[in-house]
Design a protein around this ligand. Structure first.
Ligand SMILES: *[C@@H]1O[C@H](CO)[C@@H](O)[C@H](O)[C@H]1NC(C)=O
Ligand SMILES: *[C@@H]1O[C@H](CO)[C@@H](O)[C@H](O)[C@H]1NC(C)=O
Length: 248
């Protein structure tokens, strides 16, 4: 649904651009369409396809329903190499048919690297979001360390072709800390918040010691977690994902 809206909007723009001299937009320097960048096209707002749905009578409390929403973007930044832009398609490979880009993305959190997750809330009346973080710590890790989760300013789609530590969106809040205790231990953490349809949600998972203002003991603790994350498993053992729950 929302894909079609976006596509229709893009096709609309292309049609207008192709209009001959009787175009309603004068072909001058003030032509607004001449200045549309790929970034702006990616960030076009979508009109709600759910017209009138809110006026349909429904049972109270709502019938429990949920859906799993995976991040649209998973991207890393490195605080020691502040201009480094990570490869955003590291598993791509060439076949006879052309380039294949597997959906798996690397999640990596270390004393310098943090991972950003961008979600878009979807569907009508599913506006309670439960962010879930699950992973198993590697066997060889003996120390314990905390990870921190931050909410970032995220009202536009991340551009992974240019994203680096230097230009990452600013933090707007600390969501929580996730204590990683012993080796081979499975960590399961979640938090619930309200989310609107089509809202972009951007989070950063980082080691608690990565901030200049964090206690020295954290900065000296070795902190390392990594896994590859795909979108196929609806109940993954390793992953950062959102479970959206029915609110109507
Ligand atoms: C995104 O948020 C920032 C700060 O909250 C604001 O200045 C900017 O105008 C917003 N952009 C859009 C496209 O809403
Ligand atoms: C979130 O945490 C609660 C309490 O720890 C747990 O019962 C629930 O199953 C978790 N949710 C998910 C989706 O794992």
């Amino acid at each position: 649904m929302s894909c079609c809206n976006l596509l229709c909007a893009v096709i609309g723009i292309l049609l207008v651009l192709r209009l001959p001299h009787n175009s309603p937009f004068p072909k001058t320097n003030s032509d607004p369409l001449a200045f549309i960048t790929p970034d702006q096209i990616r960030n076009l707002r979508r009109p709600s396809p759910y017209i009138g749905l809110e006026s349909i009578p429904r049972p109270v409390p709502p019938i429990p329903r949920s859906l799993v929403n995976f991040p649209q973007i998973i991207a890393r930044v490195d605080a020691r190499q502040t201009d480094l832009v990570f490869d955003d398609d590291p598993l791509r490979y060439m076949t006879n048919m052309g380039m294949v880009s597997p959906e798996e993305r690397k999640v990596h959190v270390s004393n310098t690297v943090s991972t950003l997750f961008q979600f878009r809330a979807i569907d009508f009346g599913m506006e309670s979001c439960e962010l879930v973080i699950r992973f198993t710590t590697p066997e060889f890790k003996m120390n314990s360390f905390p990870l921190s989760l931050y909410r970032l300013e995220g009202n536009s789609t991340l551009n992974t072709k240019i994203l680096s530590h230097n230009n990452r969106p600013t933090r707007t809040g600390h969501v929580g800390d996730i204590q990683v205790t012993s080796s081979g231990h499975s960590v399961q953490w979640n938090t619930t918040f309200a989310c609107h349809w089509d809202e972009l949600l951007l989070f950063e998972l980082t080691c608690a010691g990565n901030d200049e203002e964090s206690p020295k003991k954290y900065q000296d603790t070795r902190c390392e977690v990594e896994w590859w994350q795909g979108k196929k498993d609806k109940d993954p053992t390793n992953g950062v994902f959102i479970v959206q729950h029915a609110t109507v």
